[in-house]
Design a protein around this ligand. Sequence first.
Ligand code: HEC
Length: 287
Amino acid sequence: MKKITITMAIAAMLSSTVALSAQQSSAVQADIDAYQAYFLDRFSNVSLQGFSKGPYAMSDDKMMQFEAVMEMPPFEDLLEKGGELWEKPFANGNTFSSCFEEEPFLIRAAYPRWNAAKGKVDTLEQALVDCLVSNGEKKWGTGKGKHAWVAAHLTTLGEGTFINVIVPEGDEAALAAYNDGKRFYYAKRGQLNLSCANCHVGGAGMRARGNTLSPGLGQTTHFPVWRGKWAKSKGDGFGTIQRRYGGCNKQVRAKPFKRHKSQYDNLEFFHTAMSNGMEITGTEYRE
Ligand code: HEC
């Protein structure tokens, strides 16, 4: 086990060296520093990594409830199914891993990322769908079900790797996509006229309709999540980050955007960059 851990650590170091070969835009780094400093100052009893626990990081009672659920996670069977689907050969004999350059445990932290050739943001969830198509398989529905299980499998394999979204210095198109995501995050919308930041920056730690609002910092370390609420309504409880974006747009009575189009892809690019330096925790339970 120890040997494996060391090999993994070396592989992770190598991969981060490669990622670092593109230098982070200084404007983006300034945003990240300010965003993180805001939360670290305001919640001085929570560590940077601690923010990944979202609403549970806001109170000891809530954290105890979370830890109790995570001792016997209600989603283990589905996570296992995600692993089986990841390994299962397509009709042409290839598997999902044939579509990725990275070792499986490095895939989660490699996304979202700027694709300079295509001039757009690539997300892991879209890469999974593209992989099905390029192998002549039928597309899956996105956001939940099988699609979310496979993504959750990769998130769980990625536990302990670090978020490191790079907006390359000097790449105007990458910066424009990032700024588009940033504008989305701070734009008020819906009948309630609230932005993501109103609830998850200014409102972090406060109560809203029976929920404790999670801090925006660390919201992307553990997706897809398994939610009790989703398990009770549509599907089996699993949902990707972009499914969650749709839910949060609906909460303010705004029409959600389609998943895996520029609006949510750029939002995911910005939103994930704000958590640079945080560890992927593996898939987690949420209420
Ligand atoms: C009216 C307030 C409100 C607004 C506006 C809002 N959210 Fe949320 N959001 C919530 C509530 C309530 C939850 C469930 C409790 C929690 O985790 O914060 C939540 C949960 C989330 C989660 C899940 C966090 C986790 O760890 O499970 C993410 C991610 C998220 N919101 C992102 C966004 C983004 C991005 C936007 C803007 C598009 C947004 N939210 C707008 C209220 C809001």
